[in-house]
Design a protein around this ligand. Structure first.
Ligand code: C5P
Ligand code: C5P
Ligand code: C5P
Length: 445
């Protein structure tokens, strides 16, 4: 579909929204992931520019409990960002004025909603919620300064695969044309090409680089062993300072220290540089920006991420960086003490080990390192009498569709679930854990 038709839809939605904003006290609810927090950052910037008072919360998902709490609140207008499309009936039951800006597949269109799927655009790949919020921002202010935040959300949702497509590509091009963004083919490390190299190496954990990730002495000695100076004059050396030959030597060394060919490949590719951000700032590299937002969300500090995405720096940035440190420490201590329960070809991490915001990361990491297992399942206690389930296939298997398996195994026990082929999740009633496991294990005999 032609993008211009979608921009017409953005204009209509913006008009409708503007009509409702005037004189309102607004409640904003965003998802806690990097896309949700990028969306929140852009949206609260719109509200600030219009001088509309608001209250923001970042949540894991839309639940009955959330809706019944929101319903009791005295706000005039409720805006859902990066969630809500799948729960239209629940949102309608609030009997409030509600708007949804979201790129997930909608369960119905019976609510004011800006959603790519209703206009024939692929929301899985071609635009994220932060991209949609950016289009509203552009519509209101003819301002492109939020392009980096729009792309940060898209990166967080894995919409970049060797490049952006569709609306994401259009947004990127606007940024490049205006000198806001630069795309560089580079070794992909935390902080990007203009960040001090020792810190870049130490802070890169995905992929995990043996003897370098989380190891400042190791990172330092790797650079020294390649004959690369740590400083040039008073300035820390960065990737941008290296010659092609030095980069090649470094890359050769890194490739040897990651766990798989796929991981090695992921070390090289596009980096997206925000030219508006000073050199040496971790936010200059959009993937690192997304990592930082993800950590804020998962550590229950979503508001920090949203404020960062709205453009605040100084103490907000220092706090977010220390949250990232805490997040990494927390993950390593969980990993160190982890003893999964293994039944046949399936490993289980029981509830009580990790919070419901952390369990999926833990399950992901475990699925990449554990041996002799096809599937890793993580449980975490969550609202009410429910368990959150996170599921990841290991890379020794193929031919399973976790989306289908989790959907079936959870619905037969009165829960709900789904996701992708290799990564899926569910919520199930706690007392049905045994039956759920039995159903799941029947696929992996
Ligand atoms: O994207 P998926 O849930 O598989 O990724 C899990 C998360 O774990 C990612 O956000 C990734 O950045 C993070 N991770 C990490 N430390 C690792 C490996 C992955 O923080 N060692
Ligand atoms: O997409 P959901 O939050 O929406 O899933 C995130 C997890 O799904 C991440 O661990 C990501 O790596 C994984 N994923 C995947 N295959 C896809 C898309 C996402 O394994 N096609
Ligand atoms: O929470 P986690 O990262 O493990 O979820 C993996 C994938 O499963 C995500 O894409 C998430 O959106 C999806 N999921 C789902 N339905 C659920 C729970 C998770 O589609 N009830």
């Amino acid at each position: 579909m032609a993008l211009n038709t979608f921009f017409d839809r953005v204009r209509d939605f913006a008009d409708e929204l503007y009509g409702s904003l005037k004189g309102s006290h607004v409640r904003v609810i965003s998802h806690i992931d990097a896309d949700g927090l990028s969306s929140a950052g852009i949206f609260i910037s719109i509200l600030k520019r219009f001088r509309v008072p608001f209250h923001l919360s970042s949540v894991k998902y839309v639940s009955d409990t959330l809706i019944s709490e929101l319903k009791k609140e005295p706000y005039d207008l409720y805006i859902f960002l990066d969630l809500g499309s799948g729960e239209v009936e629940l949102l309608k039951s609030m009997e409030k004025r509600v708007f949804v800006v979201d790129h997930h597949r909608p369960s119905s269109e019976d609510i004011p909603m800006l959603n790519p799927f209703t206009q024939g655009i692929d929301g899985d790949r071609d635009v994220s919620s932060s991209g949609l919020c950016f289009l509203l921002y552009r519509e209101f202010f003819e301002d492109y300064s939020m392009v980096p935040v729009a792309l940060t959300g898209a990166l967080g949702d894995l919409q970049e695969n060797g490049g952006f497509s569709g609306l994401n590509e259009a947004i990127l091009n606007w940024g490049v044309e205006r000198g806001i963004i630069e795309v560089r083919k580079e070794i992909r490390l935390f902080g990007g090409p203009d960040y001090p190299l020792v810190s870049s190496l130490e802070r890169t954990v995905d992929p995990f680089i043996r003897g370098v990730s989380d190891d400042s002495a190791g990172a330092l000695s790797l650079i020294e062993s390649l004959g690369i100076p740590i400083k040039i004059g008073e300035k820390w050396v960065t990737l941008s300072d290296l010659s092609d030959e030095q980069k090649r030597d470094l890359m050769n060394e890194l490739v040897k220290r990651v766990e798989s060919l796929d991981k090695a490949k992921s070390l090289l590719g596009n980096t997206y540089v925000n030219l508006m951000e000073p050199k040496g700032s971790p936010l200059r590299d959009l993937s690192s920006f997304s990592t930082l937002l993800n950590a804020c969300g998962r550590m229950g500090r979503g508001y920090l991420g949203a404020l960062l995405a709205s453009g605040m720096r100084g103490e907000i940035l220092s706090s977010a960086l220390s949250v990232l440190q805490d997040y990494k420490k927390h993950l390593s201590s969980l990993l160190r003490d982890l003893k999964p329960r293994v039944i046949g070809k399936v490993a289980f991490i029981d509830e009580g080990v990790a919070e419901d915001t952390i369990i999926s990361t833990l399950t992901s990491i475990m699925s990449k390192s554990i041996k002799n297992v096809d599937l890793v399942i993580g449980y975490a206690e969550t609202e009410g009498d429910m368990l959150k389930v996170s599921a990841r296939l290991t890379n020794r298997v193929s031919g399973f569709d976790l989306n289908e398996i989790l959907r079936k195994a959870s619905t037969t026990v009165g829960g709900r679930g789904g996701g992708h082929r290799h990564a899926a999740g569910a919520q199930i009633p706690r007392k049905m854990k045994g039956d759920f496991e039995e159903s799941l294990l029947s696929y992996f005999e």
